[in-house]
Design a protein. Structure first.
Length: 114
């Protein structure tokens, strides 16, 4: 970023090793400050206290899936860009994500730099 400001970003995933890995990767870039949460209820509590530039969530998380999480966020009139980052590569999930207002869909797997 040209202005030197870091982007606060929560990342929601129930896989603790992936939370740690993505946190390190994104923060190492120097552009992000990542707050991790193992599920949507934890993330919703954090969102009640802090403002974020982007939300990143796995599709398959405990208590509510990524789409239900997105709907809960949008019901609060929160228009923060929302990214689904998932290992579920089924086309139906991508379609459901976009139909419900997700801003971007990224499939897990492959090369980490990609």
């Amino acid at each position: 970023m040209s202005d030197g400001r870091k982007n606060p970003c929560p990342y929601v995933d129930d896989e603790s090793s992936l939370l740690e890995l993505c946190n390190m990767y994104l923060e190492r870039s120097g552009d992000f400050i990542v707050t991790t949460a193992p599920g949507a209820p934890d993330a919703i509590r954090v969102l009640g206290r802090e403002k974020f530039d982007t939300l990143v969530s796995d599709y398959e998380i405990p208590e509510m899936d990524g789409i239900e999480f997105l709907k809960a966020i949008r019901a609060r009139s929160d228009k923060t860009p929302f990214i689904i980052f998932t290992g579920k590569g089924r086309e139906v999930i991508a379609i459901e994500s976009f139909e419900n207002g997700v801003d971007f869909y990224v499939q897990k797997g492959g090369e980490p730099k990609v």
